[in-house]
Design a protein around this ligand. Structure first.
Ligand code: 9PG
Length: 502
């Protein structure tokens, strides 16, 4: 460990770092290992970077202690990185920033997976869960980027470095998607979807994505009785309608009612005490995590992805992925985010380079370079505020359009690295409590994020709403950034500040 003074623009900070820093006033690279940056900004605000797609991301006040989750512990991972949710310091995954003077921010960001950044009114501190090569001698690898500047610039610099380290995969434009979830939820069938397909004629979608509801069970990825012709036939109908078939899967979680759970308990992740690690609660029961480092589970995963590709699906929405990166005892003792990355690499190999992989409920930084797109917020809903608010931290990760818009806005700096999916937008007024203004915010966010999807069956739309959807799909928006939350979209000024501060 050494102490040093670093000068970043007009700011000099004292640091404790494992070895020499390299860089200049525009930013420094620090060695891998634990680092502490003393900041002079007191109880200002902290950019809290939640772990996975649904985790809260926001500028939080350092004057207050971090909020605690108010839901039961078994559900914490569905909201964020559970092991850290009772720490007394504010923190997040891989990157954090403290607001300084004149709108400038001091950013500390990791250049490898498995890192945590925490802050209080005196320090910004980062560490790697695996220790990060402490004491490895004089050839310490670069582990961190630290910079002080306007937020758009420093997050942009950090993204650039992350892209060099973890890779970037960005096809020129994201496909325009019709997704079955936010209209029919689990109640889908061949007939329901075929009906929607007919209604899509004349609308410029690229992908028709079948969401949750087609499978026999979480873990048993075969069609249920509502898809009697099978998933290959479903893909055929989609293709016949001129669209690319898309399919939802949650390959890293396992429900206790599944055959997979019964036949292969040895493939499931164990906690420190050797019990099965609970990954969350949904579909009426607790569910568990696949130990993707087990050779049997890895082989099963390869075969699963190869099978859905053979069925004809080219767009894969892979959900609840955080489960493969939970702490626990694995067959192979890999650090958890490296285990996740390995599993995602296995999926990528089995899917092929030409498949479009959208990850959801996914550790964000650890997905870079392997996924084509990532959901950057919690689920939207046909209402603004989650109605079951209890004031706890994780209510920000619950379905609700305000939550989705806020979190997604704070993750748009990822755009040069991966397509950012802010979730579907609504055009319908039917079965919808969102006001026209709230629907417009969501639509404008999709334009800014560059990812267009909806679940509205055209049959539910009025003539005006149908026209709006049609032009939304056709247009190529001109987006210009005017400020932290302000954009010019096709000549109109769009200001999300009210959404963020509400
Ligand atoms: C399908 C859905 C959709 C959606 C995904 C994901 O905390 N929860 O209980 C919780 C349930 C569902 C959920 C997120 C959180 O949604 O984001 O788009 O695919 O699964 O089940």
């Amino acid at each position: 460990m050494e102490q040093a003074l670093l000068t970043l623009r007009n700011l000099t900070v004292a640091v404790r770092i494992p070895g020499p820093a390299k860089g200049d006033a525009q930013g420094y690279l620090l060695p891998r290992g634990p680092v502490t940056v003393m900041h002079p900004f007191g109880a200002s605000r902290f950019y809290r970077h939640g772990w996975h797609s649904w985790s809260p991301v926001d500028w939080v006040s350092l004057a207050q202690p971090p909020k605690r989750p108010t839901v039961e512990r078994e559900r914490w991972y569905m909201g964020d990185d559970a092991g850290y949710l009772v720490r007394s310091r504010h923190g997040g995954n891989a990157v954090g920033a403290v607001e300084g003077r004149d709108g400038l921010v001091l950013l500390l960001g990791a250049l490898h997976v498995g890192a945590r950044v925490e802050a209080d009114d005196e320090v910004l501190r980062g560490f790697f869960e695996d220790g990060g090569g402490q004491g490895a001698g004089n050839a310490l690898p670069e582990g961190w980027f630290v910079a002080y500047g306007d937020p758009v610039t420093v997050f942009g610099q950090y993204a650039e470095l992350l892209g060099r380290r973890l890779g970037r995969r960005r096809v020129a434009t994201a496909p325009r998607v019709w997704c079955s979830w936010y209209s029919f939820y689990g109640q889908i069938s061949e007939e329901v979807l075929t009906d929607v397909l007919h209604g899509l004629t004349g609308l410029e979608f690229d992908v028709f994505q079948v969401d949750d509801g087609w499978q026999r069970c979480i873990g048993d990825w075969e069609p249920n009785e509502r898809f009697p012709s099978g998933m290959e036939a479903m893909a055929g109908r989609i293709r016949a309608a001129g669209l690319k078939p898309g399919l939802w899967l949650a390959p890293f979680i396992v429900a206790p009612a599944s055959r997979l759970y019964r036949d292969h308990p040895e493939w499931l992740l164990k906690d420190q005490d050797g019990h099965l690690a609970v990954a969350g609660h949904n579909w009426g029961d607790y569910y568990y995590a696949l130990d993707t480092t087990h050779p049997g589970a890895e082989q099963w995963l390869r075969e699963l992805i190869a099978r859905v590709r053979r069925w004809g699906y080219e767009y894969l929405k892979l959900d609840f992925l955080y489960a493969a990166a939970m702490p626990g005892q694995r067959f192979r003792a890999l650090p958890r985010e490296q285990a996740y990355r390995h599993a995602l690499r296995v999926i990528r190999e089995a899917a092929g380079d030409d498949a479009f992989v959208l990850v959801c409920g996914a550790p964000v930084i650890a997905s870079l370079g392997l996924a084509d797109a990532i959901r950057v917020g919690p689920d939207v809903a046909p209402f603004w505020e989650a109605p079951f608010a209890t004031g706890g931290l994780l209510e920000r990760s619950w379905p609700g359009t305000r939550n989705a818009v806020c979190t997604s806005l704070h993750r748009l700096w990822l755009q040069p690295l991966i397509h950012t999916d802010p979730d579907v937008v609504y055009f319908r007024s039917r079965y919808n409590l969102l006001t026209p203004q709230q629907r417009t915010w969501l639509q404008d966010l999709a334009r800014v994020a560059g990812f267009r999807a909806t679940s509205d069956p055209p049959q539910w739309l009025s003539a005006d709403e149908h026209r709006e959807l049609a032009s939304f799909l056709q247009e190529r928006s001109a987006v210009e950034r005017l400020g932290l939350y302000r954009y010019r979209v096709d000549g109109r000024e769009v200001d999300f500040s009210v959404v963020v501060s509400s």
